[in-house]
Design a protein around this ligand. Structure first.
Ligand code: SF4
Length: 329
């Protein structure tokens, strides 16, 4: 598999009254064509800002630095008009809440047709025919009726399928799906994730799937990065990470997932919450919530340990964390 996306030392800063704050701090990873990568972590860990930085859609007051190479081209160094031409054409994004991502004033067919007309220069008739084909491919019923419907006339799952059709319209090489199933019922969630997996296999796109749900990530990507406080605290092939979770934060997320069957029990939770950017600890960002934290954890960024199979963990007390993981049910 050839490299599609190379991210080196990505940093995202957001402006605040007291000065710029670091929301993403030195994130690096690569993604091959046809590969799937998950970004996992709670809200406020930097996942969505990473995606928006990749797309060039950061909100006002936020800025990105580092290197983002898509198909060999440095996306951050591109002039905005060139980047705009790539967005939707070579890289596309599926947003979390389809109701707010779609324009309520236009039929969805017209919205799916827009990138086809804009980026590919299709005539109105050719774009309309392609819209029907795309809506059919994402599994919508009665596509002629759906194309003419306004967003509020469709169900949540149908709206998300429309967004997927829109993202796929120009055959992007990179697809970023930011919590694409969070707003959907569990049964529809499974259908949407299966659809994404089929489309990635069929088209050889690179997929970045963002989720706070470790269960969703476990079943749908080959590699994952666990983010906390804007840094990657654990990363590696999904199978390797799940076989031997090293970071106390990953372990906490895993322990907190609901499970079918077995005895009834209270779900464990991770105490506390993600710190605000303005109150980020100096050393390990997870220290205020970590049962293994010592004074040393607060003194500086913990070292990155390489385990087997390109599995890496950033923790000062890795041996203790691994030993504790073995005792977890
Ligand atoms: Fe916990 Fe310290 Fe490891 Fe951070 S470095 S996760 S505080 S043990």
């Amino acid at each position: 598999m050839s490299a599609l996306l190379e991210v080196r030392d990505l940093r995202v800063q957001v402006s605040a009254e007291a000065g710029p704050l670091d929301a993403v701090r030195g994130l690096s990873f690569t993604l091959a064509r046809g590969e799937t990568l998950g970004l996992v972590g709670e809200s406020g860990c930097g996942k969505s800002l990473t995606a928006l930085a990749l797309m060039g859609l950061l909100p006002e007051g936020a800025s990105a630095s580092g290197q983002l190479r898509l198909a060999g081209q440095d996306v951050l160094a591109m002039p905005e008009h060139e980047r705009c031409a790539w967005r939707g054409r070579r890289m596309a994004m599926i947003f979390q809440e389809p109701m707010t991502a779609l324009n309520p004033l236009h039929p969805v067919g017209r919205q799916v047709a827009e990138p086809l007309r804009l980026h590919l220069g299709l005539s109105r008739a050719a774009a309309e025919a392609e819209v029907l084909r795309l809506l059919e491919r994402v599994g919508l019923p009665d596509v002629r009726r759906c194309a003419q419907a306004y967003p509020h006339e469709l169900s949540g799952g149908q709206r998300q399928r429309v967004l997927i059709a829109m993202a796929l319209a120009c055959g992007p090489e990179l697809l970023i799906a930011d919590e694409p199933t969070t707003a959907l019922d569990v049964s529809v969630q499974g259908q949407i994730l299966d659809l994404l997996a089929d489309l990635v296999a069929e088209r050889g796109m690179g997929l970045i799937l963002i989720s706070h749900d470790l269960g969703v990530i476990a079943e749908n990507v080959r590699r994952l990065i666990v983010m906390y406080g804007g840094i990657a605290v654990e990363s590696g092939p999904t199978a390797a990470v799940f076989a031997r979770m090293g970071h106390p934060y990953t372990q906490g997320l895993f322990a907190a997932r609901p499970r079918l069957g077995g005895p009834r029990r209270h779900l464990p939770t991770i105490p506390g919450s993600v710190p605000a950017l303005s109150a980020m600890p100096a050393g390990c960002p997870f220290a205020p919530r970590c049962a293994l934290a010592t004074l040393g954890c607060g003194l500086g960024m913990p070292p990155l340990h390489a385990l087997e199979d390109a599995h890496a963990v950033r923790c000062l007390h890795l041996e203790q964390a691994l030993a504790r993981a073995e005792q977890q049910p």
